[in-house]
Design a protein around this ligand. Structure first.
Ligand SMILES: *[C@@H]1O[C@H](CO)[C@@H](O)[C@H](O)[C@H]1NC(C)=O
Ligand SMILES: *[C@@H]1O[C@H](CO)[C@@H](O)[C@H](O)[C@H]1NC(C)=O
Ligand SMILES: *[C@@H]1O[C@H](CO)[C@@H](O)[C@H](O)[C@H]1NC(C)=O
Ligand SMILES: *[C@@H]1O[C@H](CO)[C@@H](O)[C@H](O)[C@H]1NC(C)=O
Ligand SMILES: *[C@@H]1O[C@H](CO)[C@@H](O)[C@H](O)[C@H]1NC(C)=O
Ligand SMILES: *[C@@H]1O[C@H](CO)[C@@H](O)[C@H](O)[C@H]1NC(C)=O
Ligand SMILES: *[C@@H]1O[C@H](CO)[C@@H](O)[C@H](O)[C@H]1NC(C)=O
Ligand SMILES: *[C@@H]1O[C@H](CO)[C@@H](O)[C@H](O)[C@H]1NC(C)=O
Ligand SMILES: *[C@@H]1O[C@H](CO)[C@@H](O)[C@H](O)[C@H]1NC(C)=O
Ligand SMILES: *[C@@H]1O[C@H](CO)[C@@H](O)[C@H](O)[C@H]1NC(C)=O
Ligand SMILES: [Fe+2]
Length: 550
């Protein structure tokens, strides 16, 4: 298998010079420390720990190893000194271009809202890094009305080393991205604030391993001008290396906080949507990706979201609940239904999707929203990668995902939706079909859109072209990396705080009030506005710069 050959080649020092330049491929020396991005001395050393809710009584524990594990195990218990229970699986997954195996164990039969301690197979083995006994907390039962705070953001890539966004970024430049001695990048800010939120909700674009190609073409790995590079194998290797670095950077957080993710365009392929090397007149397309680097393979091997628990499909669409909130994760890239083509499916030579039957995602979305018991979970939050309201002039005026989802969200009284993709922070007033809700944040009928794509990655932040903003925009910044601290205070009030990553200060805050008087015996269906088409009708039509292609 390729990964073994690459690994052996790297260890034996047989790698080409470009190859050696491109990838860290360092090896840990087995002194109890794992250096992010390095290959561990012990191939069973557990790395990249990450958690995902699996209902209120379940938790999926995932981690990677440089060898297959026959029967991945998790030992757990209520007391760190007494891990007297265990769960196992036979789920140690890899794919042809991977250097590692993704191990997944779903623990069931847990108590809701309860803290457990755990260790996975191989922890503190010979020559492996010294690891603490980690802990996690299960999701709270739906209907538990105590306040809930989460951390949420889109578009988070590597920070530092080959991730680069702490130091530079072609757009915005060093002025925005260079950090002072006491300042932090987004991952460090999330780590420092770890005790203030229950879990991470990441609305697509995770790690940006597909930037390896672009970074190579831009000479970031010290490529000599006269070299034509990289080869497909080097892309596969470089991609995996960036991916490993990213998970290694995230692990102090993700070993203890569930990391609920959804797919963005950067999870699809290795080609970053197509990269052109003008110097060498080469255009890299998905043809350049080996089959195992296409069709969201990396994404679906690494994560294990609760689609089984919610009738969804793999990690592509699913829902989950905690306390007063029902969360729904959607896919904007493919599977939009009604004959609409997702942006990636639309591309020539598409190698991605579909993940379900025609209309399966939208039919599932309607059924999922209809089944929500709004007495228990008055709040319904949707996460999906691509926005349709943004003051950035995105090249994609094609917004099939708006056509697919906006009306359904409106009809079923979704409270808010969180996106990314555009690398700015922008909060809109609640709106529907380009029309601002006249109530604003005070008990609106329309859902509340928030674009949260400024967590940071190689390209830095997108820049607004002028001070002009789309009507409906109530806060925007292209100057500060950050993440959202979302607090559901009670059944009627939710606050979205924008936290500046560099100093973990809240630099902007908005509170939404929703009366949430659904009457009746609950259920999304009874809460559904029977007269949806009247909603927002009296609001003034706002002028939107982005053409919406209904
Ligand atoms: C995994 O495979 C082993 C050996 O084939 C078997 O004993 C075990 O029950 C399987 N399932 C789990 C969840 O470990
Ligand atoms: C960035 O900072 C440098 C000096 O540190 C200054 O010359 C340059 O004008 C600044 N650029 C912007 C866009 O502010
Ligand atoms: C590329 O240029 C370097 C000097 O800049 C030279 O040493 C090397 O041989 C060149 N490689 C090729 C393939 O021409
Ligand atoms: C670039 O490559 C294409 C074919 O891939 C070729 O048609 C074109 O002439 C080349 N352009 C230059 C400037 O070499
Ligand atoms: C993986 O590699 C095997 C053996 O080379 C090949 O038969 C298979 O088609 C590959 N699968 C993918 C998804 O790349
Ligand atoms: C992508 O993966 C899905 C799910 O495994 C599969 O149904 C679909 O056919 C794949 N698409 C392509 C183009 O291979
Ligand atoms: C959105 O507004 C346009 C007119 O601006 C209208 O033609 C269209 O039917 C509306 N769409 C929905 C889903 O209400
Ligand atoms: C809900 O929380 C908000 C914000 O903290 C507070 O102002 C309001 O009084 C609370 N409502 C109830 C019914 O407790
Ligand atoms: C924190 O950083 C943000 C973004 O650069 C800045 O606007 C804010 O003034 C800073 N706050 C403090 C307390 O330093
Ligand atoms: C925004 O809406 C207001 C009033 O509805 C209007 O006067 C203004 O011209 C609009 N601005 C833009 C940029 O569309
Ligand atoms: Fe994106």
């Amino acid at each position: 298998m390729l990964s073994r050959l690459l690994q052996l080649a790297a260890i034996a020092g047989l790698a080409s010079s470009v190859f050696a330049q491109s990838c860290p491929n360092g090896k840990d020396i087995g002194n109890g420390v794992h250096v992010p991005g390095n290959i561990p001395a012990n191939p069973y050393e557990p790395l990249q720990h990450r958690l995902a809710y699996a209902g209120p009584t379940g938790m999926t524990v995932s981690w990677n190893t440089f060898s297959l594990i026959d029967q991945p195990m998790v030992w757990y218990g209520l007391n760190p000194g007494k891990l007297d229970m265990y769960a196992s699986s036979n789920d140690s997954r890899t794919y042809n271009t991977s250097r590692t195996w993704n191990n997944h164990v779903k623990i069931t039969g847990l108590e809701p809202g309860t803290e457990y301690y755990y260790r996975v197979s191989g922890t503190n083995g010979a020559n492996a890094a010294y690891l603490p006994t980690y802990k996690f907390k299960t999701a709270r039962l739906a209907g538990d009305d105590k306040p809930l705070t989460i951390a949420t953001f889109g578009d988070l890539g590597l920070m530092g080393r080959d991730g680069l966004s702490t130091r530079t970024g072609p757009i915005g430049g060093d002025n925005y991205t260079a950090l002072g001695a006491s300042e932090t990048n987004t991952i460090r800010s999330l780590l420092q604030m770890k005790d203030t939120y229950e879990f991470l909700y990441h609305t697509g674009d995770i790690g940006y391993a597909d930037y390896f190609l672009k970074e190579s073409v831009q000479g970031y790995f010290g490529t000599a001008d006269n070299e034509t590079m990289p080869t497909v194998d080097e892309v596969a290797e470089g991609y995996e290396s960036l991916s490993e670095q990213f998970f290694d950077q995230m692990v102090p957080i993700t070993a203890e906080k569930p990391w609920m993710v959804l797919a963005g365009n950067h999870e699809a392929n290795c080609d970053n949507g197509g990269v052109t090397d003008k110097k060498h007149n080469i255009t890299y397309t998905s043809d350049y990706c080996l089959p195992a680097q296409q069709n969201f393979t990396w994404y679906n091997k690494h994560y294990n979201m609760p689609s089984a628990e919610s009738g969804g499909v793999s990690n592509m669409w699913y829902s989950f609940e905690s306390g007063p909130v029902h969360f729904v994760s959607l896919l904007t890239e493919t599977d939009l239904g009604e004959g609409l083509l997702g942006p990636i499916e639309k591309a020539k030579g598409n190698v991605n999707g579909p993940f379900g039957k025609p209309n399966q995602q939208v039919d599932w979305l309607k059924a999922d929203l209809a089944s929500v018991d709004r007495q228990k979970t008055p709040w319904v939050v949707v996460g999906l990668h691509r926005p349709w309201y943004t003051s950035i002039q995105i090249p994609e005026v094609y917004t099939a995902w708006q056509q697919a989802f906006e009306k359904i969200m409106y009809d079923y009284n979704v409270d808010m939706y969180l996106t990314g993709h555009v690398h700015t922070q922008e909060v809109f007033t609640p709106m529907f079909n380009g029309t601002a809700d006249p109530n604003g944040l005070n008990n609106p009928r329309a859902p509340w859109p928030i674009v949260q794509g400024a967590a940071g990655h190689y390209d830095g932040l997108d820049q607004f072209e002028s001070s002009e903003r789309l009507n409906g925009s109530i806060y925007s910044t292209d100057q500060a990396y950050g993440w959202g601290k979302l607090t559901f205070h009670n059944r009627t009030h939710v606050t979205y705080d924008y936290v500046a990553s560099r100093n973990s200060s809240v630099i902007q805050s908005n509170t939404l009030y929703k009366e949430h008087s659904f009457g009746g015996a609950a259920g999304g269906a009874s809460s559904k506005n029977k007269d949806a088409k009247d909603g927002g009708k009296k609001a003034p039509k706002v002028n939107i710069r982005q053409s919406i292609d209904f």
